[in-house]
Ligand binder design. Sequence first.
Ligand SMILES: Cc1ncc(COP(=O)(O)O)c(C=O)c1O
Length: 389
Amino acid sequence: MNTKEKDLKYIMHTYGRYDVALKSGKGVYAYDEDGKRYIDVSSGIGVNSLGYCDEGWVQAVTAQANTIQHMSNYFYSSQAADLAEKLCALTGMAKVCFGNSGAEANECAIKVARKYSFDKYGDERNEIITLKNSFHGRTVTTLAATGQEVFHNYFFPFTGGFKYAEPNDLDDFKNHVDEKTCAVMLEVVQGEGGVNILDADYVKSIAKICADNDILLIIDEVQTGAGRTGKLFACQHYDIKPDLMTAAKGLGGGLPIGVCLCGDKLKDVMSPSTHGTTFGANPVVCAGANYVLDKISDEKFLEAVEEKGAYLEEKLLKLGGVKNVRRLGLMVGIEIDGDAHAIAVKCVQNGLLIITAKDLLRMLPPLTITEEELDEAVAILEKTLKENE
Ligand SMILES: Cc1ncc(COP(=O)(O)O)c(C=O)c1O
């Protein structure tokens, strides 16, 4: 059996895969089992922030694997402590809790928010407002938090206590706030929902309503964080300070991580046995994340992310078949004429690994991509769009 046949026989079919088995990668290029080269502007959905097999990252990870590969959370770990210190220093947050994925980080934020409200106001004040068209993960609770009906199926009963407001409609948001509201959770750029960038005034108004009413503001930075939008975290574009923030994907550079960060007000809400996970704060993962964070937190690196994003946008807008580009940094949604999924499949056949979000093509290239590499990607997209005319 080849890889595809084995996969289809033995792995639950929860993803519609492209017809490619990837074997190796270097920088922005991936290679399949037949040695065919692809330029990858998806980064494993925004994970490989420094590209494939960045030398420094590989060294950091392998050195740590050769030193101590895992310890339980009953022991102190310098890699985890260093990462936590850096994250707090860079964001002004007070403490972090480590997990293994974006959904887990969001679960943690939801738990911290509900416990804060329970400790202070009792068990009635537990509702969380999220936005329609959001995406917060695939666990039963984060699916419930996700404001899209299509995800509220099959797995009943879902966790209760979530209400969904219309994005960029402040009146609708206010109509959802009442004495039971304990938190608001949102992505400032809705990634899976189609790269929808929330209005600055709307986000700032929500932050003010939250601050005035002791409602906790949770920003889900799972996709937008770790330099993706040209700031270390996308909420920094909005000049707001959330009570809780979550990060995952690109922070690990290719190994599974999820982090929930909290501000000063919440730093003592959680106590032993209120939360935990065996693999959270794994030293190999944290060694990789420390390396990634040192690279991407550099101001010049972040400026280059925005410059490259602007360069890419200009090129894309010149292509026939491209109607519009929605973009912040290197988080890019491309509105096209035609079926985005079908075009993505053809792009892959033509050597460009690209993904979709709703009816858009989506690019989340490695943050280290060069302008020449962006040109190469755009040329393949152009050729594919022409073939589709
Ligand atoms: C904004 C956002 N939150 C949460 C998640 C879930 O992250 P994970 O797949 O790591 O659980 C995603 C994944 O795409 C996401 O984009």
